[in-house]
Design a protein around this ligand. Sequence first.
Ligand code: 13P
Ligand code: SF4
Length: 355
Amino acid sequence: MIQQINATTPIDEARAVLAADFDLKYSKAIETETSPIFEKLKDRIPDIEWPFYAPLIFQINRLKREKNAVILAHNYQTPQIYYGVADVVGDSLQLAVEATRVDADIIVQCGVHFMAETSKLLNPQKTVLIPDSRAGCSLASSITAEDVLAMRAQYPGVPVVTYVNSSAAVKAVTDVCCTSSNALRIVEAVEGDTVMMIPDQYLARNTAKKTKKKIITWAGACEVHETFTAADIAELRAAYPGAKIIAHPECPPEVIDAVDFAGSTSGMIDWVKSEKPAKVVMVTECSMSDNVAAETEGVAFLRGCNICPHMKRINLENILWSLHTGTEEVTIAPELMEPARAAVERMIEMSAPKG
Ligand code: 13P
Ligand code: SF4
């Protein structure tokens, strides 16, 4: 008997375990109940797959109500999670802000581990679950608290701005956090002409181009975005004449220089919805275009994306398992709680609209 359902559990095995406690048959009642979701997804998910997703979506939504739980899902989650079961979707900043407003006993974080830790920091009294705690991030694993303390010793008095894509231990030795949507604002707002901006060397270099401040960084990188090159963008332009190309600021600066717009995941979604280009390539994680396409008419989405293996550890099977069994609960060492939370709260305060 398997102990846990996660992304590497074969689907048949996971369904067999779940079927012991849940009715996973595609009935008429489930078809009717989930038809508004299917309407949104019918161009993104093959018809033949819906009878497998719909019962899981139905059971997750029922269990959520029963347990007073909410699901926070990052923009990189698959359409069946994003449209099927999420209560709140967004980029890292939006999810962090929403986490402070959640009125539920349980938060299920559909995203990566640092996002679940951020939710726990901001909701210490609530149960925060992540369906697979191995959903990591190459940026978060690139730096330790000891590395940050060594940098502080090397550059005494220089403020440390840490990307939220980091562990609670690293946040705890940080002055203030930032996300890709508020990085420039936070760097401009901290005191001094020099700032340490860690651990993403590319976000730091892309931010450095927009500020007069001197930025010291760390050699971390997102494994999904660092592989894009200026040559890839030139190839995309040649393959798709007239298409707009947009990218995430975790890409190298030469990529950002070559695209039509760069912004956080939500920044890119807003840009597509307001600009409505006839054709667009979203140079980021692949689920992004599926999710935006489901609610944007008249825009052709062309492929130029990579898959984040960490984000893709979360699936409907392990979400249902997580809600059902209360696993895997996210905990943070008591001594890290206050200092790490303070760094995130400072960021939220500094990025709130003025006035
Ligand atoms: P956003 O804050 O833009 O959603 O980015 C998070 C992330 O992990 C991108 O790779
Ligand atoms: Fe981390 Fe990159 Fe995946 Fe975002 S896309 S979670 S930065 S590895």
